[in-house]
Write a protein that binds this ligand. Structure first.
Ligand code: TZP
Ligand code: MG
Length: 214
């Protein structure tokens, strides 16, 4: 990793279903070139073999750019490829077990959907949390949107790094930033866009504008 990972602003997550014609590595490289400064491999319903191949390839790519690589759910894959960390949902491997397996230096992220969950993750030793889904999203269907009111609560009360996620686009990112987010994660808006590098640059312009005004 290059700079301090905690300084990340724009989190990109894989979702090959949004770019059926394009290669995942190429899309993620474009995202990194546009300013994504942390990357997660997330692939539901994939075989271990497939995950391992993707994780190895993404490890090589992210290492080349000095960008941290986080693996969603699969702690064995994270360990196998030497990822920088892993990300878990509320119903996945408990944080304490993940920490025991991955060790003190791994970056462990937890998805949270309420301030209560955020504070529990913080107490449990999470390195960062996801705050969302802020808006309804097809990437995680069936989960109730937490709205910008949870973003406001996180801004006021969460001390570890936190990232707003879920349904965030260039059309609504200002609202999320105005609610106090300083880090943004977008899946479909980045990897499903015509030009992921351009989209990431546009997100960074908005992030920088709000940071400058703060
Ligand atoms: N966790 C909370 S919302 C979400 C995840 C993985 C999906 C975000 O995807 P999108 O396409 O940016 O709404
Ligand atoms: Mg999960």
């Amino acid at each position: 990793m290059g700079k301090n990972w905690r300084d990340f602003k724009l989190y990109a997550i894989t979702a090959a279903n949004y770019h059926p014609e394009r290669d995942m590595l190429e899309v993620m490289e474009q995202a990194i070139l546009g300013g994504a400064d942390i990357v997660q491999l997330r692939k539901k319903d994939a075989s271990k073999e497939e995950l391992l191949a993707d994780a190895r390839a993404l490890r090589a790519l992210t290492a080349r750019y000095g960008v941290p690589l986080i693996i969603n759910d699969h702690i064995d894959i994270a360990l196998a490829v030497g990822a920088d960390g892993a990300h878990f949902g509320q119903d996945d491997l408990p944080l304490a077990e993940a920490r025991r397996i991955l060790g003190p230096d791994a970056i462990i992220g937890i998805s949270t959907h309420s301030l209560e969950q955020a504070l529990a993750a913080e107490r449990g030793g999470a390195d960062y949390i996801g705050v969302g889904p802020v808006y309804p999203t097809g990437t995680k269907p069936g989960r109730t949107a937490v709205t910008t009111s949870y973003v406001r609560e996180a801004a006021a009360q969460v001390s570890i790094p936190w990232v707003a996620i879920g349904g965030i686009t260039l059309g609504n990112v200002d609202e999320v930033l105005a609610a106090g987010a300083t880090r943004i994660c977008a899946v479909s808006a980045i990897v499903g866009s015509e030009d992921p590098a351009k989209t990431c640059r546009a997100f960074r312009v908005r992030l920088d504008a709000f940071a400058a005004a703060a």
